[in-house]
Design a protein. Sequence first.
Length: 194
Amino acid sequence: MRECPDREKALALLRKYNSEPFHIQHALTVEGVMRWFAGALGYGEDADFWAEVGLLHDVDFEKWPEEHCKKAPELLAEIGCPDALIHAVCSHGYGICCDVEPVEEMEKVLFAADELTGLIGAAARMRPSKSCKDMELSSLKKKFKDKKFAAGCSRDVIRTGAERLGWELDELLEKTLEAMRSCEDAVAEGMAAL
């Protein structure tokens, strides 16, 4: 079982450097998605570690967007994050804003799913239900193919992420959608509590 600071410390650190509700919601979403993937891929004993990497992956983005994934190690050291967690957080910016390569399966999942959660979230907000729980894979695939929709979500990064995992794109889309369904209520509760 991998060590990580307790969630209260991690959440406090996130909130110290992030005040935009959008950024907090994204962090909570990626936390839940990573926890789901840990269980689904057979890493259940490390689910807290995977989740905390997800929670803290953008800790430096709001205040230091131009130093994203470069400022993070300094901030994560404030709560004693282990090197493995720091490496994982930084690796999601590989080839985009840093040269820390995602090596472990968990890091590859973060790289692949981070961008995709933004696309799924944007698609959910367009639905009458405002939810991804009733979203079909076919609907998500249409949004993915529409380059004008959620244009800030890089399809290239998502495709590269699927390739790094050795998955077909549809498998990544389907699993990430399922992961977001699993944590949607918890994210809403987390946001309401802030």
